[in-house]
Design a protein around this ligand. Structure first.
Ligand SMILES: [Zn+2]
Length: 261
Protein backbone atom coordinates (compact mmCIF):
# COMPACT_ATOMS: atom_id res chain seq x y z
CA UNK A 1 0.00 0.00 0.00
CA UNK A 2 1.64 3.19 -1.11
CA UNK A 3 0.51 6.40 0.47
CA UNK A 4 1.46 9.82 -0.66
CA UNK A 5 1.18 13.05 1.31
CA UNK A 6 1.13 16.06 -0.99
CA UNK A 7 1.20 19.76 -0.10
CA UNK A 8 -1.47 21.94 -1.66
CA UNK A 9 -0.25 25.54 -1.48
CA UNK A 10 -2.66 28.14 -0.08
CA UNK A 11 -2.42 31.83 0.78
CA UNK A 12 1.15 33.04 1.17
CA UNK A 13 2.80 30.16 3.01
CA UNK A 14 0.12 27.66 4.12
CA UNK A 15 0.27 23.98 3.25
CA UNK A 16 -2.98 22.03 3.05
CA UNK A 17 -1.80 18.41 3.24
CA UNK A 18 -3.55 15.82 1.09
CA UNK A 19 -3.22 12.08 1.83
CA UNK A 20 -3.79 9.77 -1.12
CA UNK A 21 -3.35 6.09 -1.91
CA UNK A 22 -2.63 4.65 -5.32
CA UNK A 23 -5.57 2.24 -5.53
CA UNK A 24 -8.38 4.64 -4.61
CA UNK A 25 -9.51 8.04 -5.84
CA UNK A 26 -10.53 9.09 -2.33
CA UNK A 27 -8.31 11.42 -0.33
CA UNK A 28 -7.98 13.06 3.09
CA UNK A 29 -7.50 16.81 3.40
CA UNK A 30 -5.81 18.41 6.42
CA UNK A 31 -6.65 21.99 7.48
CA UNK A 32 -8.29 23.40 4.34
CA UNK A 33 -8.04 27.14 4.98
CA UNK A 34 -9.15 27.80 1.41
CA UNK A 35 -11.43 25.62 -0.72
CA UNK A 36 -10.33 26.75 -4.18
CA UNK A 37 -6.80 25.26 -4.35
CA UNK A 38 -8.17 21.98 -2.94
CA UNK A 39 -10.95 21.89 -5.52
CA UNK A 40 -8.42 22.60 -8.28
CA UNK A 41 -6.25 19.75 -6.97
CA UNK A 42 -9.22 17.31 -6.84
CA UNK A 43 -10.27 18.30 -10.34
CA UNK A 44 -6.78 17.86 -11.80
CA UNK A 45 -6.11 14.59 -10.02
CA UNK A 46 -9.60 13.07 -10.20
CA UNK A 47 -9.92 12.89 -6.39
CA UNK A 48 -12.88 12.90 -4.01
CA UNK A 49 -12.56 13.88 -0.36
CA UNK A 50 -13.61 11.20 2.14
CA UNK A 51 -12.35 13.00 5.26
CA UNK A 52 -11.16 16.39 6.48
CA UNK A 53 -8.90 16.73 9.51
CA UNK A 54 -9.00 20.05 11.38
CA UNK A 55 -6.32 20.95 13.94
CA UNK A 56 -7.61 24.27 15.34
CA UNK A 57 -10.04 27.11 14.81
CA UNK A 58 -7.96 29.70 12.91
CA UNK A 59 -9.49 30.82 9.61
CA UNK A 60 -6.46 29.80 7.55
CA UNK A 61 -7.13 26.22 8.69
CA UNK A 62 -10.94 25.95 8.55
CA UNK A 63 -11.97 28.70 6.11
CA UNK A 64 -12.34 26.30 3.20
CA UNK A 65 -14.37 23.60 4.98
CA UNK A 66 -17.76 25.04 4.07
CA UNK A 67 -16.83 25.46 0.40
CA UNK A 68 -15.58 21.87 0.22
CA UNK A 69 -18.59 20.41 2.02
CA UNK A 70 -20.88 22.08 -0.53
CA UNK A 71 -18.74 21.05 -3.50
CA UNK A 72 -19.09 18.01 -5.74
CA UNK A 73 -15.67 16.83 -4.53
CA UNK A 74 -16.86 15.50 -1.17
CA UNK A 75 -18.15 11.93 -0.92
CA UNK A 76 -21.67 11.93 0.54
CA UNK A 77 -20.80 10.31 3.88
CA UNK A 78 -17.52 12.20 4.45
CA UNK A 79 -16.32 12.67 8.03
CA UNK A 80 -15.06 16.05 9.23
CA UNK A 81 -12.79 15.46 12.23
CA UNK A 82 -11.92 18.30 14.57
CA UNK A 83 -11.29 19.34 18.16
CA UNK A 84 -14.03 19.28 20.77
CA UNK A 85 -14.16 23.07 21.18
CA UNK A 86 -13.65 24.34 17.61
CA UNK A 87 -16.63 26.47 16.54
CA UNK A 88 -17.20 24.83 13.15
CA UNK A 89 -20.67 23.32 12.61
CA UNK A 90 -19.41 21.04 9.84
CA UNK A 91 -17.32 18.96 12.28
CA UNK A 92 -19.24 15.70 12.69
CA UNK A 93 -16.60 13.79 14.66
CA UNK A 94 -15.13 15.56 17.70
CA UNK A 95 -11.75 14.13 18.80
CA UNK A 96 -10.28 13.67 22.29
CA UNK A 97 -6.76 12.91 23.55
CA UNK A 98 -5.78 9.27 23.12
CA UNK A 99 -8.62 8.49 20.72
CA UNK A 100 -7.89 6.53 17.55
CA UNK A 101 -9.77 7.40 14.38
CA UNK A 102 -10.14 4.95 11.50
CA UNK A 103 -10.56 6.24 7.97
CA UNK A 104 -11.61 3.07 6.12
CA UNK A 105 -11.53 4.21 2.48
CA UNK A 106 -7.76 4.69 2.79
CA UNK A 107 -7.30 2.14 5.56
CA UNK A 108 -5.63 4.72 7.79
CA UNK A 109 -5.68 4.90 11.58
CA UNK A 110 -4.56 8.06 13.33
CA UNK A 111 -4.27 8.88 17.03
CA UNK A 112 -5.15 12.17 18.64
CA UNK A 113 -2.90 14.37 20.77
CA UNK A 114 -4.33 17.42 22.49
CA UNK A 115 -1.65 20.09 22.04
CA UNK A 116 -2.99 23.41 23.38
CA UNK A 117 -0.78 26.50 23.42
CA UNK A 118 -1.03 28.24 20.03
CA UNK A 119 -4.80 27.98 20.58
CA UNK A 120 -6.55 26.14 23.39
CA UNK A 121 -8.53 23.87 21.05
CA UNK A 122 -5.47 22.64 19.14
CA UNK A 123 -5.10 18.92 18.42
CA UNK A 124 -2.63 16.91 16.31
CA UNK A 125 -3.12 13.68 14.36
CA UNK A 126 -0.39 11.05 14.24
CA UNK A 127 0.60 7.48 13.59
CA UNK A 128 3.97 5.72 13.36
CA UNK A 129 4.79 7.51 10.11
CA UNK A 130 3.15 10.94 10.19
CA UNK A 131 2.38 13.84 12.49
CA UNK A 132 -0.05 16.53 11.35
CA UNK A 133 0.59 19.22 13.91
CA UNK A 134 -1.07 22.35 12.45
CA UNK A 135 0.48 25.44 14.00
CA UNK A 136 1.87 23.78 17.15
CA UNK A 137 5.27 22.86 15.74
CA UNK A 138 7.05 24.30 12.71
CA UNK A 139 10.39 23.21 11.39
CA UNK A 140 12.87 25.02 13.66
CA UNK A 141 10.00 26.86 15.36
CA UNK A 142 6.68 26.64 17.16
CA UNK A 143 3.37 28.47 16.96
CA UNK A 144 2.84 31.79 18.69
CA UNK A 145 1.15 31.53 22.06
CA UNK A 146 -2.11 33.30 21.20
CA UNK A 147 -4.22 31.53 23.83
CA UNK A 148 -1.99 29.32 26.00
CA UNK A 149 0.85 29.92 28.42
CA UNK A 150 4.46 28.73 27.95
CA UNK A 151 3.73 26.02 30.51
CA UNK A 152 0.73 24.72 28.56
CA UNK A 153 2.78 24.77 25.33
CA UNK A 154 5.66 22.99 27.07
CA UNK A 155 3.43 20.04 27.95
CA UNK A 156 2.13 19.92 24.37
CA UNK A 157 5.60 20.04 22.84
CA UNK A 158 6.77 17.38 25.27
CA UNK A 159 4.15 15.00 23.83
CA UNK A 160 5.50 15.68 20.35
CA UNK A 161 9.10 15.30 21.56
CA UNK A 162 8.20 11.78 22.76
CA UNK A 163 7.12 10.54 19.31
CA UNK A 164 9.31 8.24 17.22
CA UNK A 165 12.35 9.96 15.67
CA UNK A 166 11.41 8.70 12.19
CA UNK A 167 7.91 10.21 12.29
CA UNK A 168 7.51 12.72 9.48
CA UNK A 169 6.30 16.13 10.61
CA UNK A 170 3.74 17.89 8.41
CA UNK A 171 3.51 21.50 9.60
CA UNK A 172 0.92 23.90 8.22
CA UNK A 173 3.27 26.71 7.19
CA UNK A 174 6.51 27.16 5.25
CA UNK A 175 8.30 29.20 7.92
CA UNK A 176 11.52 27.16 8.02
CA UNK A 177 13.95 29.69 6.53
CA UNK A 178 13.02 32.57 8.85
CA UNK A 179 12.85 30.19 11.82
CA UNK A 180 16.42 29.08 11.06
CA UNK A 181 17.62 32.71 11.10
CA UNK A 182 16.34 32.92 14.66
CA UNK A 183 17.59 29.46 15.67
CA UNK A 184 21.11 30.34 14.49
CA UNK A 185 21.00 33.50 16.60
CA UNK A 186 20.02 31.65 19.75
CA UNK A 187 22.19 28.55 19.08
CA UNK A 188 25.07 29.74 16.84
CA UNK A 189 27.27 26.73 17.68
CA UNK A 190 24.72 24.00 16.88
CA UNK A 191 26.43 22.10 14.03
CA UNK A 192 23.31 20.08 13.09
CA UNK A 193 21.49 23.40 12.74
CA UNK A 194 24.26 24.86 10.58
CA UNK A 195 24.05 21.86 8.23
CA UNK A 196 20.25 22.08 8.13
CA UNK A 197 20.49 25.80 7.31
CA UNK A 198 22.59 25.01 4.22
CA UNK A 199 20.17 22.28 3.15
CA UNK A 200 17.12 24.53 3.55
CA UNK A 201 18.81 27.40 1.73
CA UNK A 202 19.33 25.15 -1.31
CA UNK A 203 15.74 23.89 -1.21
CA UNK A 204 14.31 27.40 -1.04
CA UNK A 205 16.57 28.67 -3.82
CA UNK A 206 14.88 26.02 -5.98
CA UNK A 207 11.38 26.93 -4.69
CA UNK A 208 11.08 23.51 -3.02
CA UNK A 209 9.16 22.75 0.17
CA UNK A 210 11.25 22.16 3.29
CA UNK A 211 8.57 19.87 4.73
CA UNK A 212 7.95 17.26 5.92
CA UNK A 213 10.63 17.33 8.57
CA UNK A 214 11.14 14.52 11.08
CA UNK A 215 10.91 14.37 14.87
CA UNK A 216 14.56 13.25 15.05
CA UNK A 217 15.75 16.21 13.00
CA UNK A 218 13.63 18.71 14.92
CA UNK A 219 15.05 17.44 18.23
CA UNK A 220 18.49 18.40 16.91
CA UNK A 221 17.73 21.76 15.29
CA UNK A 222 14.53 23.22 16.77
CA UNK A 223 15.22 25.43 19.82
CA UNK A 224 11.61 24.90 20.95
CA UNK A 225 12.31 21.18 21.46
CA UNK A 226 15.71 21.74 23.13
CA UNK A 227 14.69 23.06 26.56
CA UNK A 228 17.00 20.47 28.18
CA UNK A 229 20.14 21.74 26.42
CA UNK A 230 22.70 23.32 28.78
CA UNK A 231 24.28 25.52 26.10
CA UNK A 232 20.86 26.89 25.08
CA UNK A 233 20.10 27.68 28.73
CA UNK A 234 23.44 29.46 29.00
CA UNK A 235 22.77 31.51 25.84
CA UNK A 236 19.32 32.47 27.14
CA UNK A 237 20.73 33.44 30.53
CA UNK A 238 23.27 35.71 28.85
CA UNK A 239 20.66 37.29 26.56
CA UNK A 240 18.11 37.94 29.30
CA UNK A 241 20.74 38.63 31.97
CA UNK A 242 19.08 36.28 34.42
CA UNK A 243 19.51 32.67 35.44
CA UNK A 244 17.49 30.40 33.12
CA UNK A 245 17.67 26.85 34.48
CA UNK A 246 14.15 25.45 34.49
CA UNK A 247 12.93 23.65 31.32
CA UNK A 248 9.59 25.48 31.13
CA UNK A 249 11.38 28.79 31.66
CA UNK A 250 13.78 27.83 28.87
CA UNK A 251 10.85 27.41 26.49
CA UNK A 252 9.22 30.63 27.75
CA UNK A 253 12.38 32.69 27.27
CA UNK A 254 13.02 31.16 23.83
CA UNK A 255 9.48 32.02 22.76
CA UNK A 256 9.77 35.56 24.17
CA UNK A 257 13.05 36.11 22.32
CA UNK A 258 11.47 34.89 19.06
CA UNK A 259 8.46 37.20 19.55
CA UNK A 260 10.76 40.23 19.42
CA UNK A 261 13.26 38.88 16.87
ZN1 LIG B 1 -3.13 29.08 13.83
Amino acid sequence: MTYQVTPIHAFRDNYIWCITRKDTNECIIVDPGDASPVIAYCEQNNKKICAILITHHHADHIGGVSGLVHSQYMVSNATIYGPEETPCSHINHRCREGEQIDIPPLNITLSILEVPGHTMDHIAYYNQDWLFCGDTLFSCGCGRLFEGTPEIMFHSLRKIHALDDNTQVFCAHEYTQSNIDFALTIEPNNTALQQYANHVKRLRENQQETLPSTIGLEKDVNPFLRWHDAQLKENLSRHWQCEVSDDIETLAMTRRWKDTF
